[in-house]
Design a protein around this ligand. Structure first.
Ligand code: SF4
Ligand code: SF4
Length: 418
């Protein structure tokens, strides 16, 4: 079988050659041509607590493809949150879709959501969770035989139990980066079974890198209903993303966007925060994106993200701000482009390590970062031996420095993260 990383690099080589900065700039500058979906005032909230803002909120809804589910264009990525009151406030302020995963915070994330939604009518919220399996062969980009249907189903049982509900609305295969992973038969069988049993209404795939290939596989499969994908102004391959998403949407798939803020900062020192409003408007000017899942962890961030629905018109100023952000070097967001994948003589999985670094440094989600690093089987001394790092990041990351920082998490006892 063709090795995934080779295929990915070929894909990128071909497509990055196709790119030109003018196209990119035009894309960034394209003002919103209309905002799809429809705009309405927040529905009756009387069965919920008082909104934290006294003013009537403007909530913009779109429909999640053929699922027919209508959700606000702003949803909540709960991954980094651990405060049930924040989830409650999100629901009380118009958020409908809560995005979590079996894997997040070792189940505490789903449990925390369960403790909140038990007080809400089942039809007042939409729950999306994801099932993850680390039994992956990173060379070939496939799951190994240890990734079984039974294991998938057992994890899903745990998810439902933690959430305290009989069914979820969307069940994703978590973090696929190849066509083979997306179409892995034991997991397709598991999801088909769960859908037939009514324990999930819809099924999907989440993807962090090599997204166009995954989205294309999802579209061709005619099996899935939803895709959750990275989508932001920092992606060099945004044109390919847009093309794959357009085809998927035309085929009836619902598209959920994530990593909208590209890690939240434009510089390594975290002194230049991403303009949330501009980044949200950039993502949502693509009418094929139904909703995005900002991972707010504070009430203030929540206010900003929800209030963004009051004005979704993408402006010239937004494009100027984001163009500067796109061109900035370094920062915290690894776009998973894999350009660096084969450059380390010690075969360190650099893109995964950079993603873990973003989780720890930008999101302050140390647990998630440690889990990811632990799953990569890298020890703590590999970079020490190199006088000079041979890995060149297209975004200008200091790879050696970041690798050494993040791999040091291996030496921190697990119990410090619980
Ligand atoms: S410093 Fe680390 S990442 Fe760079 S080449 Fe050496 S082992 Fe690889
Ligand atoms: S570290 Fe840099 S080159 Fe490597 S995948 Fe991330 S953005 Fe691309």
């Amino acid at each position: 079988m063709e090795k995934s990383n080779i295929r990915v690099n070929k894909y990128l080589e071909v497509n990055l050659n196709k790119q030109n900065s003018l196209t990119r700039r035009n894309f960034l500058k394209t003002a919103a041509a209309g905002l799809g979906g429809y705009v309405m005032l927040s529905p009756d909230q009387s069965n919920k607590t008082k909104p934290i803002s006294e003013k009537q909120r403007k909530i913009v809804y779109r429909t999640l493809g053929k699922t027919g589910i209508k959700v606000p264009v702003i949803s909540m990525g709960v991954m980094n949150a651990d405060n049930p009151n924040l989830v409650k406030a999100a629901l009380d302020n118009g958020i409908v879709l809560l995005d979590t995963a079996w894997y997040y915070q070792r189940g505490r994330n789903e449990k925390m959501i369960g403790s909140v939604i038990k007080d809400y009518p089942r039809d007042s919220y939409v729950i999306a969770t994801k099932i993850h399996d680390n039994a992956r062969d990173r060379e070939t980009g496939t799951f190994t035989k240890d990734a079984t249907e039974k294991g998938f189903l057992e994890k899903f049982d745990e998810s439902l139990e933690r959430l305290g509900i009989d069914y979820v609305d969307i069940l994703y295969l978590h973090s696929s980066y190849t066509k083979e992973m997306t179409l892995y038969k034991p997991f397709l069988k598991a999801m088909e079974k769960l859908k037939k049993e009514g324990r999930t209404r819809f099924v999907g795939v989440s993807t962090h890198w090599n997204e166009p290939e995954v989205i294309q596989a999802v579209t061709d499969s005619k099996f899935y209903d939803v895709v959750l994908t990275s989508y932001n102004f920092k992606q060099d391959h945004i044109d390919q993303m847009q093309e794959a998403i357009a085809k998927a949407a035309a085929a009836g798939l619902g598209i959920v966007g994530m990593k909208t803020f590209a890690g939240g900062f434009l510089d390594e020192e975290k002194t230049k925060p991403v303009d949330h409003n501009a980044a949200i408007r950039f993502a949502l000017k693509n009418e094929n994106i139904t909703t995005i899942i900002p991972g707010f962890t504070t009430f203030d961030q929540m206010e900003i993200d929800i209030a963004a629905m009051e004005n979704l018109t993408y402006t010239e100023k937004d494009s100027e701000v984001l163009e500067l952000g796109f061109n900035s070097r370094g920062g915290v967001y690894c776009q998973g482009c894999q350009t660096c994948a084969d450059q380390c003589p010690k075969h360190l999985p650099i893109p995964d390590l950079m993603r873990a670094h973003m989780y720890a440094y930008a999101y302050k989600n140390y647990w998630e970062a440690k889990e990811l690093v632990s799953s990569l089987n890298v020890d703590s001394i590999q970079c020490d031996d190199c006088t000079r790092c041979s890995v060149k990041c297209v975004k200008g990351f200091d790879i050696k420095h970041k690798c050494m920082e993040i791999v040091s998490l291996n030496s921190v006892p697990q119990r410090f993260f619980v």
